[in-house]
Design a protein around this ligand. Structure first.
Ligand code: AMP
Length: 177
C-alpha cells in the first residue's frame, strides 16, 4: 500500500467515540484499523519506514495499544521490544517515572534491565494527544541509559500541541487531526 492509501484508510476506519472514557473526550477507536488485514499490514510498514536504516535496536512500546503497533514495528525494523507499563504490572525490578497530568499525576515503569546502555530506541504508541505520556517515556528511557532516536504514532491530535513538549525529538504520525 502507498503512504497516501494508508493515511486515507486510517481516516476512513478510525471511529470517533464521544464521551469515552469520560465526558468531553472524543476517543479515537483504532479497532476497525486492526480488523482490516491489508490496512494493518500497510500501517505497520508505514510506521517502520521513517526510522528504517537509522539503527533502531529497541522499540519502546507504551501500554497498551502501543504494544500492538510497537511489536509490529519492532519486527519490521529487526529491533527488540521494551514494554513501558502502568505501575505494578512488570514482574522484575523496575525504574519508575512520575509525571503531571492536567489534573493529578501518573506514573510509568520499565524493567531496569530493559535496555543496554546507549541503545538506540524508538518510542511507539497509537495516539499522541498532549504528549505527556511520550515526554515521560523519553525521561524514563534516558534514565535507563537509552539513546532516544524518535517517536512514531499512528495518529496525533495536533491541536493539543504535543510537539512543543517533544521539540528536541523527531516525531512522526501517519495521520494528524
Ligand atoms: P497524552 O499523554 O495526552 O499524549 O495521551 C496519550 C495516551 O493516551 C496514549 O497512550 C493514547 O492511547 C491515549 N489517548 C489520549 N487521548 C486519546 C484519544 N482521544 N483517543 C484515544 N486514545 C487517547
Amino acid at each position: 500500500m502507498h503512504q497516501t492509501e494508508v493515511a486515507a484508510g486510517i481516516r476512513a476506519r478510525i471511529r470517533d467515540v464521544a464521551d469515552f472514557p469520560k465526558a468531553g473526550i472524543i476517543f479515537k477507536d483504532i479497532t476497525p484499523v486492526l480488523a482490516d488485514a491489508t490496512l494493518l499490514q500497510g500501517v505497520i510498514t508505514a510506521m517502520a519506514e521513517p526510522f528504517a536504516g537509522v539503527g533502531i535496536e529497541t522499540v519502546a512500546a507504551i501500554e497498551s495499544r502501543g504494544f500492538i503497533f510497537g511489536a509490529g514495528v519492532a519486527l519490521a525494523l529487526g529491533a527488540g521490544l521494551a514494554l513501558i507499563r502502568k505501575p505494578g504490572k512488570l514482574p522484575h525490578t523496575t525504574t519508575r517515572v512520575d509525571y503531571q497530568l492536567e489534573y493529578g499525576s501518573d506514573a510509568l515503569e520499565a524493567h531496569t534491565d530493559a535496555l543496554a546502555a546507549g541503545r538506540r530506541v524508538l518510542i511507539v504508541d497509537d495516539v499522541l494527544a498532549t504528549g505527556g505520556t511520550a515526554a515521560a517515556t523519553v525521561d524514563l528511557l534516558q534514565r535507563l541509559g537509552g539513546d532516544v532516536v524518535g517517536a512514531m504514532f499512528l495518529l496525533e491530535l495536533s491541536f493539543l500541541g504535543a510537539r512543543q513538549r517533544l521539540s528536541q525529538l523527531p516525531v512522526r504520525a501517519l495521520v494528524a487531526y
